[in-house]
Design a protein around this ligand. Structure first.
Ligand SMILES: [Mn+2]
Length: 357
C-alpha cells in the first residue's frame, strides 16, 4: 500500500489535519514523507497505530510532552506510565471533589450554621519521636499544636534528612493559627511550596546536601473542617467507630505496583525497593495530595512515619488506638511496640482526638 495524503490519513485516524500538523511540529508523529516542493505531508498506513495511540492519550487528557514519552516506550512500560498518569489524575480530582463539596456546603449557608455548632470542637493531642534502635540520627521531625499536626521523615543522609524534615515543619508552623475554613487547602499547599523553595536554597548554599528531601503528612483544623496535605510515605490514619482507616496513599514504588495489581501487599512488605519514594519534597518539584474532611467528635487521628507502620501491624495499631484513652500513653506505647519489633528506623507518632470542649 502506498502513502496516504494527510486528508486520508486524518480520516483513517480520526484526527484532524490540524492536529496532525501539530503532532508533527511537536515530534509526536512525523509524516513518512514531506513533499519538498509543495510541503504536503504523507503518511504510511503503518503509522496508524501510533496515531490512534496519540489520539487515545489525548482523549484521557494526557499532556503532549508525556504522550511523547509514552509513545517511545515498549508496551508494558507504556501501560505503567498510563496507569501512573491516571492515579495522578484521580488523586487531583479527589482533592478538587472534596473542595467542591466544601464550597457547596459553604455557599449553601450550611457552614455558617455549623460554625456555631462546632465552635466547641477542639483537639487533644500528643507527639513523640524516637531514634529507634539502629539509626545514628533521628531524621524525623514533628509538630503538634491546637490547629496543626505534622510528621516529616527526612531523607538524604549526611544530616541532610534532618535538615529537610525540619525545614518542612518550619514552613508549616505559622499555620498553627486561626484560619478561615475556605483557606485551609491553599494555606497548606502554599506551605509545601515554601518548604520546597527552602530546600532548594539549602542545597544551593551547601551542595554537599544534594539529594536531601522529606516526606510530609500534616493536618490543619478550622471549625469543623480538617485539611490534610500528604507527600511521601508517612501516613495518616483515622480511627472512627472502632475501625481504622488509612486515609493517605503512600507515594512509593511498591504501592504503585500494588495498585497496578503486579504485587500483593505481602510481597510489598518484603520488596527490596520498598522504601523507594516516587514523590517527596526535594527542592525540585512537590506535588502533594490534598484532602478535606469533616471533623467529628470522637474521631482519633494518627500521623506517623514509616518507622512505625512497617514494624507494627495495622491490627495492632487499631488495638492500641481503640483501647488506650490518653493520647500521651498512645504515642508512648506505639513507639515501644516499634522498638520491641526491632526499631529499624526512626519512629514518630502524633495522635489527636477530636473532642467537644
Ligand atoms: Mn523513615
Amino acid at each position: 500500500m502506498g502513502l496516504l495524503t494527510i486528508g486520508s490519513f486524518a480520516k483513517a485516524s480520526r484526527l484532524s489535519p490540524k492536529a496532525l500538523r501539530l503532532y508533527d511540529e511537536l515530534g509526536l508523529l512525523r509524516p513518512a514523507h514531506v513533499d519538498p516542493v509543495s510541503g504536503y505531508r504523507f503518511y504510511d498506513p503503518g503509522q496508524l497505530e501510533r496515531a490512534l495511540l496519540v489520539a487515545w492519550l489525548r482523549r484521557i487528557g494526557m499532556p503532549l510532552a508525556r504522550i511523547r514519552m509514552v509513545c517511545e516506550l515498549p508496551a508494558p512500560a507504556a501501560a505503567g506510565e498510563v496507569s501512573a498518569y491516571w492515579s495522578g489524575v484521580e488523586s487531583a480530582t479527589a482533592a478538587r471533589r472534596d473542595l467542591a463539596a466544601f464550597l457547596i456546603d459553604y455557599l449553601s449557608g450550611k457552614d455558617a450554621a455549623m460554625l456555631d455548632a462546632h465552635k466547641t470542637l477542639g483537639i487533644r493531642y500528643a507527639v513523640r519521636s524516637d531514634i529507634g534502635l539502629h539509626r545514628e540520627l533521628n531524621e524525623d521531625s514533628a509538630y503538634a499544636g491546637a490547629r496543626l499536626l505534622a510528621v516529616a521523615d527526612g531523607l538524604g543522609g549526611h544530616a541532610g534528612g534532618e535538615v529537610a524534615s525540619a525545614a518542612a515543619i518550619e514552613a508549616l508552623r505559622p499555620l498553627d493559627a486561626e484560619l478561615p475554613a475556605g483557606e485551609l487547602l491553599n494555606a497548606l499547599e502554599h506551605a509545601v511550596h515554601q518548604a520546597n523553595d527552602s530546600l532548594q536554597q539549602i542545597v544551593q548554599t551547601d551542595p554537599s546536601l544534594k539529594g536531601l528531601g522529606t516526606t510530609l503528612t500534616a493536618m490543619l483544623w478550622s471549625g469543623s473542617q480538617l485539611a490534610l496535605v500528604h507527600i511521601g510515605d508517612s501516613r495518616a490514619y483515622l480511627l472512627r467507630d472502632g475501625e481504622l482507616f488509612q486515609i493517605t496513599h503512600d507515594h512509593t514504588l511498591v504501592q504503585t505496583l500494588v495498585d497496578e495489581g503486579r504485587i500483593t501487599l505481602e510481597e510489598a512488605a518484603s520488596h527490596p525497593q520498598r522504601s523507594l519514594l516516587l514523590r517527596a519534597i526535594d527542592g525540585k518539584q512537590s506535588a502533594p495530595d490534598l484532602q478535606l474532611h469533616d471533623a467529628k467528635a470522637g474521631d482519633r487521628y494518627l500521623l506517623c512515619s514509616d518507622g512505625l507502620y512497617t514494624v507494627v501491624s495495622a491490627d495492632r495499631l487499631r488495638q492500641v488506638l481503640s483501647t488506650v484513652a490518653d493520647p500521651d500513653d498512645v504515642v508512648r506505647q506505639l513507639i515501644d511496640l516499634a522498638n520491641q519489633g526491632g526499631g529499624p528506623d526512626n519512629i514518630t507518632c502524633v495522635v489527636a482526638d477530636v473532642v467537644e470542649l
